[in-house]
Ligand binder design. Structure first.
Ligand code: 1CP
Length: 359
């Protein structure tokens, strides 16, 4: 049974925050914008506070989590903060041996191979992550009328790190387990659904206003395998949030998910994140009515001349008008070598855009 929590009282001004208006399927006066990986290595102030502190240690220190989460909000004036953490933090919290290696990503000490490995992944209990509760409380107090987006990794993407042992290009071992032992695969995904669901519930209970479930690598699967082997577990995670607080919008995102967009919405998302490979208006059609979209400027455009960048921002905003709500974002994360002034330029272009001038 999931833990029952009292949900924190939120700042009443959040009701009118553009991000939450768009997530509800309406069009606020100005399109809201935030960026995946808006915190992190592209910011000199981030590099400074992280000096000499390992990634996973920084994620467990409320003072650092608060500072790093707020840095892009201060610098860019984005419409939301995203909680500074990592998708593997809850796995580490339940005792899985892993580390985040600089320049590589998550590395697992003993990759998942057999049923016996399931015993090394216990369920997550709120008591194991009291620091997360504290960080979210500190943050929401500072953020006031700006929403905080909580997040977690979806079961498939978490499983891919556990099975592969680290970042992988083709996810061969993950797919081999899925096809050869569907029962063990299901048990693993259900365990991970409990962990992700609880990680999100803790953030929502402490005051997060929206959540994003990252299924970054699920685009490696064809639709039929996604709906059979993955979606039931993702649905459980999204339902765990809805059951705690149905007013908190759930964003669901993955890379190379052009063929999966509709199905990912059906998993129980209010907003579907779109990567840069599918034109946004086409994505709106694929997702279908009744869900907002988030996306989808190609991160590579942050390295383009400003006239090109501005035109593409405008095209993305114009396509977003056809959606039931649009949250502007990149099609994936901010690259570490991005010039922060280019990011600021995009925020200002989105906020200053006058649709009437371009019709
Ligand atoms: O030392 C460092 O600075 C390490 C770089 C780093 C950072 C800044 C990692 C390692 N994780 C993070 C923070 C992080 N991770 C955030 C918060 C920052 C923000 O968005 O502003 C978030 C939302 C994540 C989520 C995350 N981690 C995802 C899903 C998002 C995505 O990019 O698709 C994934 C896949 C991870 C795993 C991970 N952690 C770190 C890296 C380099 C990776 C990817 C490795 C790979 O390619 O498989």
């Amino acid at each position: 049974m999931p833990t029952e929590y009292p949900v924190a009282t939120r700042d009443p001004r959040l009701h009118d925050a553009p991000l939450l208006i768009a997530a509800r399927g309406e069009h606020p006066e100005v399109t809201p914008v935030w960026f995946m990986r808006q915190a992190g290595r592209s910011l000199p102030e981030y590099r400074k506070v992280r000096e000499g502190i390992a990634m996973l240690d920084s994620c467990r220190r409320p003072d650092l989590v608060t500072e790093i989460t707020l840095q892009p909000v201060r610098r860019y004036g984005v419409d939301a903060a995203i909680f500074f953490s990592d998708i593997v933090v809850p796995l580490k919290a339940v005792g899985v041996g892993l580390d985040i290696k600089p320049g590589v990503g998550p590395v697992i000490e003993q990759p998942f191979r057999t049923r016996a490995d399931l015993d090394r992944i216990p369920e997550l209990d709120a008591g194991m992550i009291t620091d997360i509760t504290e960080s979210v409380r500190l943050l929401t107090a500072e953020l006031g009328a700006t929403p905080l987006i909580g997040f977690a990794g979806a079961p498939f993407t978490l499983a891919s790190y556990l099975v592969e042992g680290g970042p992988s290009r083709d996810l061969g071992k993950t797919k081999a387990l899925m096809y050869s032992d569907p029962q063990l695969w299901n048990d693993l995904l259900n365990r991970l659904a409990q962990i992700s669901g609880e990680f999100l519930r803790v953030q929502v209970a402490a005051g997060a206003s929206a959540v994003q479930l990252f299924d970054s690598w699920v685009g490696a699967l064809p639709l039929a395998d996604y709906t059979r082997f993955v979606r039931p577990a993702s649905s459980k995670v999204l339902a765990a949030v809805r059951d705690l607080d149905p007013t908190v919008p759930r964003i669901h995102f993955g890379v190379q998910t052009g063929e999966l967009l509709h199905a990912m919405g059906e998993a129980g998302a209010d907003v579907v994140g779109v990567d840069f490979r599918v034109p946004l208006d086409e994505a709106v059609t694929r997702i279908g009515p009744g869900r907002a979209v988030q996306g989808n400027l190609d991160p590579a455009l942050l390295f383009a001349p400003r006239d090109v960048l501005r035109r593409r921002v405008g095209e993305t905003l114009t396509a977003g008008r056809f959606a039931s709500g649009h949250i502007f974002n990149l099609g994936h994360g901010v690259p570490p070598d991005t010039d922060p002034d280019q990011v600021k330029y995009v925020v200002d272009a989105v906020h200053g855009w006058k649709f009437a001038d371009y019709q």
